[in-house]
Structure formats: structure tokens, C-alpha cells
Design a protein around this ligand. Structure first.
Ligand SMILES: *[C@@H]1O[C@H](CO)[C@@H](O)[C@H](O)[C@H]1NC(C)=O
Ligand SMILES: *[C@@H]1O[C@H](CO)[C@@H](O)[C@H](O)[C@H]1NC(C)=O
Ligand SMILES: *[C@@H]1O[C@H](CO)[C@@H](O)[C@H](O)[C@H]1NC(C)=O
Ligand SMILES: *[C@@H]1O[C@H](CO)[C@@H](O)[C@H](O)[C@H]1NC(C)=O
Ligand SMILES: *[C@@H]1O[C@H](CO)[C@@H](O)[C@H](O)[C@H]1NC(C)=O
Ligand SMILES: *[C@@H]1O[C@H](CO)[C@@H](O)[C@H](O)[C@H]1NC(C)=O
Length: 760
């Protein structure tokens, strides 16, 4: 499992440390069948305790060791988590009512401008229509929150906390109820599972909801931070910072710790959020390749979705490789990460007054005056040579022989005055926040610098300046290369990711006590930080969902989710199809999802797709899961499989697999047909006629029946069928097109993917 942000290296060494401490005792998450609970038990909790006592061959009258039963879950599943020896686990398996168990998974831990970039505006659209998400409650499971941040202040028209709210601020040494207010209305922490799994952790450094890692403070303020004037990252990205839904309320459930994180705590956190009454749940983490019935996020969010909670998750940071996506769960929205039309620059002014622009987030003083500039070690891989030019600006060039990482590391360690790296790599985010004056320039500008030095020789001079923020850069948005790509491992029949949202270099709140950068060897502090990852994309969609909930309290979460998808944008700010930075080509829906999120258009989708809980169950049946596996997700026996369940979910996207064998004989059919059935509801005003159009896919025949949908009134439903005919085994790996339903006012678009990738 991984939170979806780039984390410092110490974090990973910590995780390795945990993974290497093998213990025979481990945490298990046990599913139980409530129908098997003897009537004598007054509560589930007591039954679970008794089951555990028996497994430990414990006399009922002696209390259980306190660390045995970790949590008994109420909402997300019928069952509990416990710390067990293999023998005890075997005995539990033989207990009445036992369904299945999963090993507690260890977690490998994966704005001023974005509201404007998303088109949010105080005078029209989603902000005023929803009163900025007023009274919608967003819960996050994350690393905690820094309550003193200005982003969590409640000045500016917050009314009393809605009476339906059952949550609270848990007291502990570093956090108490006085840290909460009308904006931050809940704060709880969960680490019993982590401690049971890693007995070596005697003490949790900050045993409270207080965030010292920063991730949770950042995601919470991205979703619903209050307005903060003059926010910036050391003079970069300066402006008024605001969350996506600035009037929504926030509740933090801390289950990701500096010491590690495990699924039993995460399930407990989601359990608690459901109990407390959150409307939207934002989860910026996920688990590597696991079936739905063992994926703690999939299991816990099924219960949330049943209660009408909107769940947003991040797709992961393992791109640009296909099939790396996390949270490919049909009942949640899975968010990919895109770039924003903003760049951070510095300028190199050569002795001949020519100015060269490069990328930089160097936090230090903003001018370095007239200094010698040299280009004679090219690859910057000779540290002895680098030490000789300490007082100069060094120019290095990436050449495919010595990696940018190595060059950067050598230069950083030799403490030169400043450096310019010539590179055409798009993967330089890691280096931008440098501790020494640095610029990254493209090969074209690099040539100008090299030519100047060639002519000027030893007398070549240059100055550097920093802290320039440029808006409107093109082309944007693009899907960034780190964003994980579909298809979904756990459910390849539903096209994932669903949507893309801003994830690269997002400015949001930060714990003031946690350093954000270094200047030389000095740590720098800031109330705001720029982070990158699908973790940052996910809370944008949580905020947008809060705006839609605020505007349409009567819409169910599936209508909101699917409206966000079918109204998204597929063109960038050059009016071309959004690109994939992983390969420089058009982004396919396996990178982009339906498109880039557009909150104002989502407010007026025209048509929506609805899904009932039973629809997901039918899909699980069609995936040929066993009763046990289905029950691990649904908990209830009241769901039944229909006679002929279909893999076809009423979703605004289509994925069809053409990965079969080539026909062997002439009379065998050469083509394969996939059919999809969909039902849409007219949520526009009154009478409407929608006409279908399909962008062609070479080698495929795609048709829609009927081609026209006539609605006489609001809330009327109509159905259609999409048929795709193509070669049994297609040549390309992926191709795609779009189905668009249009009336005079709306475009309701769905991506269509055909692929030869494996479907299992
Ligand atoms: C953390 O605090 C809670 C109560 O605030 C306490 O019950 C628990 O034992 C503490 N855990 C650790 C590891 O200190
Ligand atoms: C909460 O913490 C603050 C600051 O540490 C302290 O002043 C206050 O008395 C505490 N309140 C409660 C109810 O414990
Ligand atoms: C804005 O913030 C910067 C740095 O944090 C500070 O130097 C500057 O004075 C502030 N400007 C205003 C108008 O508050
Ligand atoms: C630096 O890299 C170049 C190219 O790989 C190589 O020829 C040279 O020997 C390296 N120099 C040192 C000191 O490692
Ligand atoms: C980057 O430069 C190298 C060498 O000049 C070239 O082979 C490569 O195609 C370039 N890549 C891009 C994305 O421009
Ligand atoms: C296809 O042709 C072969 C021989 O030409 C024949 O044996 C077979 O029955 C045919 N199959 C179908 C489905 O017509």
C-alpha cells in the first residue's frame, strides 16, 4: 500500500526496517457471519472477544491480553482484527461464523492557483451555486492535520456544526478539542494495529492526530482549506490560497504514521468516519495488485458507498507503466494526476546580457550577482574537478552516460556557487527544490550558454535570479508521467482511472514545524509547500464532489461521480487532445480517464448514469467470485446473484478486450463483438433530444442503438446499446475513441477503449 506522494528517502528506509522484522505473531483481519452469532451475545464485540478467547484456549473468565483484539469493526465489515499466532489463527478459522481472513497489510507509503485553473469563480458556476460546499463534511484518512494552519481557520461565515455530525476531536497530549473549530470538526487517530504488528515500536513519536509528516495537512487544505492571503512557497506561487470547497467542513482520521501504517488501522478509520457521518471520503493511498475481496480500501469503501458517501481515491504514482493503477474499484472514483499551467522559473543572465530562462524552485535569496561561469567538466561526474570551481557557476549536460541524479548529487556535494543543468528530461521535479542555486534549461538554451562560454573562455560571467512564477504555460493540462495507468488489476472490466485532476506541484498548507526545504545545510520552514503526486489530485475531486453535493443535495453519489466523468475535458489549452508526458503522445483513457475534471460543467451534466449497490454485486457475481469472497465485501447475505450476471456496469465508459487467438480456419468468424447496455437519466430541464456521435477507431465498427434519445420530461430514463466489432486479436496494444451524446446545450462524453492487453 502506498500514499500517493513522493516521500523522502528516510521514509523508505524506515519501511524496509519494518519489513525485515519478521514475527510469527501477526495481525489478521477476520470476517465473521453475523447470522452465526449465538443469541446469547449482547453485541458483536462480545462475540468477537469470546471467539478470540476460545482460540487462545483462554478461560472465559480471565480477561484477554489487551493487545489481542485490536479493533472490532461496526460499519465497514462484520468482523475484527486481532494479533494472532499461526496456531491461534487456525483455531479461529475453525470457529462458528468464520468466513475469511486477510493478513494485515504493511503500508509502503506511496492552492493558490488550481481552483482558478479548474475554472472555479466567485461570480458563477459551482462555487456560488453550492455556497462553496457549505456544510458538506469531507473526511480524510491521512497523516493527520496541523490545526494551527490558517487554512483551517473558521472565520468568514461558518455556521454551527451540522447537528447530524457525530464526530469529535480526540484528546491527547499534542491535540485537544480546542484545536477544532467550525471548519475542522473532527480529529481522530488510529495506531493500535501498527503497534500490535510492530511490537518494537514502544512509543509513537506524536501519538495524536497532529500531523508532522505534512501529507494530511496538504490534502485536507487542498480539499477544503479556508482562504489564506499571500500564501507562497518562498516567493514562488504567491497568491490567495483556497481549498476546492472552501466552506465545506473537515474531519481528519489519522492512520498513516511516521512509524508506518497498516490496513487494520485504515479500516478502523473508515469505520469511524462512516459512523461520524462524513459525506465525502478522500483516500490518497492504495494497495498494490490485490483482488477486491482482499483489498482493505475496496472492502471498507463498499460500506461507505452503501451509506451514500462519495469516495475519492488516488490512482498511484507508479506510471507511466500500464496496469500499475491502485484503487481500480468500481464503486469509488479513481483519480489520475495532471500538470497545471504554471511554471517556476529562474533566469541566467550571461555577460553579454542575453537572458536564459530555466526551471527552478531554489528557495534562497533571489539574486546571485556576476560570477564566473564554466563548462569544462560537461558531465559533472568528476568531483575533484568540481571542487576546483567552487566559487563559480557550473554548467552540466545530461548525455545518457551519466544520469541527472548522479550529476546533481556530485554538484550538490561539491558546494559550487551555482549550477545550470542542460536536460530535456521531463522528470526533473525531484531536483527543482534544490538547496543550492540551480536552473534546469533545455538543450536549445543550453547551446546558447555553451556557445557564449566557448567564445568568452575564462572571462565568461553570469548572474542568476529566482522566484519567478509563470502562468498560462502550454500545453496544459497533461497527464504527468508518474501517474499510474490502468487497466484496473482488480476489476479490468470497468475502465480506470475515472478522471484526471491537478497533481503536479500543488501549493497547499504545511505543518510549520516540519522543514520543507534546505538552504545549504540549513532547514527551512514554511506554512505552505509544493507537493506532487496523485495524492494531491484526489482531494481536488473530494472538494468538487462537496460542491456538487452542496448544489444538489438530492443527487446520489453515483450520479455525482458519473457526472464528473462525463463532463470532463479532453482538450488542453492549445485545443489539442490532452497529452501523456510519459510518451509525449495523446493521453489514452488508461492514463487520463474520461478527461480532465471540469467542476462548472459537472454542475450541468444534462444526462447522468445511476448505479445501485445491487449493480456492483451483480458485477462481482459476473466476475465469478465465490459466495465467501462476495460476502467479504458486501457483509450481508441479503444480496443475491442474478441468473445471468453481466460484466457490464452502467458506467459512462467502455473497455473491450480484443486479446483472443487469431482465427485458425477460414470459416471461423474473424471478428468479435462486445455489447454494452446503458441507461441514462435526463437531469436537464424538461424536453430534450440527444443525438449520438462516435469518433471512429481504425479497424473497428462501433455503433449505437438507438442513435437518438428523446426525453419528454426531467428525470425520465432512456436506454441505449453500444456495439463494438473488431478483430479477435487486435494489432495495436491500445486504441480509443469517444461516444458523445449531445443536445443543443450539453455534451455527455464517454471514452471507448479497445485493447489487446490481458483481461485477467
Ligand atoms: C496513545 O494515546 C492513547 C490515548 O490518547 C493511549 O491510549 C495509547 O496508549 C497511546 N499509545 C502510545 C503508543 O503511546
Ligand atoms: C488544550 O491544549 C491547549 C494548548 O496546549 C491548552 O491551553 C488547553 O488548556 C487544552 N485544553 C484542554 C481542554 O485540555
Ligand atoms: C507576503 O509574504 C511574504 C513572505 O512570506 C512577506 O515577505 C510579505 O511581506 C507578505 N506581504 C504581505 C502584503 O503581507
Ligand atoms: C565521466 O563520464 C564519462 C562518460 O561516461 C567518462 O568517459 C569519464 O571517464 C567519467 N569520468 C569520471 C571521473 O568518472
Ligand atoms: C532528449 O535528447 C536526446 C539526446 O539529444 C534525444 O535522443 C531525445 O530524443 C530527447 N528527448 C526528448 C523528449 O526530446
Ligand atoms: C469449418 O470447416 C471445417 C472444414 O473445412 C469443418 O470441419 C467445420 O465443421 C467448419 N466449422 C464450422 C463452424 O462451420
Amino acid at each position: 500500500m502506498a500514499t500517493q506522494v513522493f516521500l523522502p528517502l528516510w521514509f523508505f528506509s524506515m519501511i524496509t526496517y519494518f519489513l525485515s522484522t519478521k514475527a510469527t505473531i501477526d495481525n489478521y483481519i477476520i470476517h465473521m457471519d453475523l447470522l452465526a452469532m449465538p443469541k446469547a451475545f449482547s453485541s458483536h464485540h462480545n462475540w468477537y472477544k469470546a471467539t478470540l478467547s476460545l482460540a487462545m484456549k483462554n478461560d472465559h473468565n480471565t480477561p484477554l491480553p489487551s493487545n489481542k483484539l485490536i479493533y472490532s469493526y461496526k460499519n465497514v465489515m462484520n468482523g475484527f482484527s486481532a494479533s494472532l499466532t499461526p496456531q491461534e489463527h487456525e483455531l479461529i478459522k475453525a470457529s462458528p461464523g468464520y468466513i475469511s481472513s486477510i493478513l494485515d497489510a504493511q503500508v509502503k507509503l506511496h492552492t493558490t492557483h488550481t481552483p482558478k485553473f479548474l475554472g472555479l469563480n466567485p461570480s458563477f458556476g459551482a462555487w456560488p451555486n453550492s455556497q462553496y460546499g457549505k456544510d458538506v463534511i469531507i473526511g480524510l484518512v491521512d497523516t493527520g492535520v496541523w490545526p494551527e494552519s490558517e487554512s483551517f481557520k473558521d472565520n468568514g461565515g461558518f455556521t454551527n456544526v451540522p447537528s447530524r455530525w457525530k464526530g469529535q476531536c480526540e484528546n491527547s497530549i499534542h491535540f485537544n478539542s480546542s484545536n477544532c473549530n467550525k471548519k475542522l470538526i473532527g480529529a481522530k487517530f488510529f495506531n493500535k494495529g501498527l503497534i500490535a504488528k510492530n511490537p518494537k515500536i514502544k512509543k509513537i513519536s506524536i501519538n495524536s492526530t497532529r500531523d508532522i509528516e505534512g501529507h494530511g495537512t496538504h490534502t485536507a487544505s487542498t480539499a477544503a482549506g479556508s482562504r489564506v492571503y499571500n500564501a507562497s512557497y518562498f516567493g514562488y506561487a504567491t497568491g490567495t490560497a483556497t481549498g476546492t470547497a472552501p466552506m465545506a467542513r473537515l474531519a481528519m482520521y489519522k492512520a498513516l504514521w511516521e512509524e508506518g501504517a497498516v490496513s487494520s488501522d485504515i479500516i478502523a478509520a473508515i469505520d469511524s468516519a462512516i459512523e461520524d457521518g462524513v459525506d465525502v471520503l478522500s483516500l490518497s493511498f492504495g494497495f498494490d495488485r490485490t483482488p477486491l475481496y482482499t483489498d482493505p480500501v475496496a472492502i471498507a469503501t463498499f460500506a461507505a458507498v452503501e451509506k451514500g458517501i462519495f469516495v475519492t481515491t488516488s490512482s498511484g504514482n507508479d506510471g507511466p507503466f500500464l496496469g500499475t493503477l491502485h484503487n481500480g474499484t468500481p464503486w469509488v472514483i479513481t483519480v489520475a494526476a495532471s500538470t497545471v499551467d504554471r511554471e517556476f522559473h529562474g533566469t541566467l543572465t550571461l555577460g553579454n546580457a542575453v537572458e536564459i530562462t530555466g526551471l527552478s524552485l531554489y528557495p534562497g535569496p533571489d539574486v546571485i550577482s556576476h560570477t564566473s561561469i564554466v563548462y569544462d567538466m560537461a558531465f559533472c561526474n568528476d568531483t575533484n574537478e568540481l571542487h576546483k570551481v567552487k566559487d563559480k557557476i557550473v554548467v552540466c549536460e545530461e548525455n545518457g552516460l551519466v544520469s541527472l541524479d548522479d550529476q546533481f548529487f556530485n554538484v550538490e556535494n561539491s558546494k559550487v556557487f551555482g549550477a545550470v543543468f542542460i536536460t530535456n528530461s521531463s522528470d526533473i521535479l525531484f531536483f527543482l527544490q534544490s538547496s543550492f542555486p540551480t536552473l534546469f534549461v533545455n538543450p536549445m538554451n543550453g547551446k546558447i550558454i555553451k556557445d557564449y562560454i566557448k567564445v568568452g573562455g575564462k572571462g565568461s560571467k553570469a548572474s542568476m535570479s529566482f522566484k519567478e512564477t509563470i502562468y498560462g504555460t502550454k500545453p496544459n493540462p497533461s497527464v504527468d508521467s508518474y501517474s499510474s495507468r490502468g487497466p484496473s488489476y482488480s476489476c479490468p472490466h470497468v475502465l480506470k482511472p475515472d478522471i484526471a485532476a491537478p497533481g503536479t506541484l500543488i501549493l497547499a498548507a504545511w505543518p510549520y514545524a516540519t522543514p520543507v526545504a534546505q538552504l545549504g545545510s540549513k532547514n527551512l520552514l514554511s506554512n505552505f509547500n509544493l507537493l506532487t503526486g496523485t495524492s494531491m489530485a484526489c482531494p481536488h475531486v473530494a472538494g468538487i464532489a462537496a460542491l456538487l453535493k452542496g448544489a444538489y443535495p438530492q443527487w446520489d453519489h453515483s450520479a455525482i461521480r458519473l457526472a464528473i466523468c462525463s463532463t470532463s475535458d479532453i482538450l488542453d489549452n492549445t485545443m489539442k487532445h490532452i497529452k501523456d508526458l510519459g510518451n509525449g503522445k495523446k493521453a489514452t483513457p488508461l492514463a487520463l480517464g474520461a478527461g480532465h475534471v471540469n467542476p462548472n460543467k459537472a454542475l450541468d451534466p444534462g444526462l447522468v448514469y445511476n448505479l445501485e449497490v445491487q449493480d456492483y454485486v451483480n458485477l462481482l457475481c459476473a466476475m465469478k467470485m465465490t459466495q465467501k469472497e462476495i460476502k467479504a465485501i458486501t457483509r450481508r447475505s441479503s444480496y443475491n446473484c442474478p441468473k445471468n450476471p453481466k460484466l457490464d456496469l452502467n458506467y459512462p465508459s467502455f473497455i473491450a478486450y480484443y486479446n483472443g487467438k487469431k482465427p485458425s480456419s477460414n470459416n471461423e468468424s474473424k471478428t468479435l463483438v462486445h455489447e454494452f447496455h446503458r441507461t441514462v437519466t435526463n437531469v436537464g430541464e424538461g424536453h430534450a433530444i440527444y443525438v449520438a456521435s462516435v469518433t471512429p477507431i481504425k479497424g473497428f465498427h462501433v455503433s449505437v442503438v438507438p442513435e437518438k434519445l428523446v426525453f419528454k420530461m426531467k428525470n425520465e430514463k432512456q436506454s441505449y446499446k453500444l456495439r463494438i466489432e473488431g478483430p479477435k486479436l487486435m494489432k495495436k496494444q491500445i486504441d480509443f475513441g469517444y461516444l458523445s451524446w449531445t443536445d443543443l446545450k450539453h455534451v455527455v462524453r464517454s471514452p471507448i477503449v479497445v485493447t489487446s492487453l490481458p483481461s485477467t
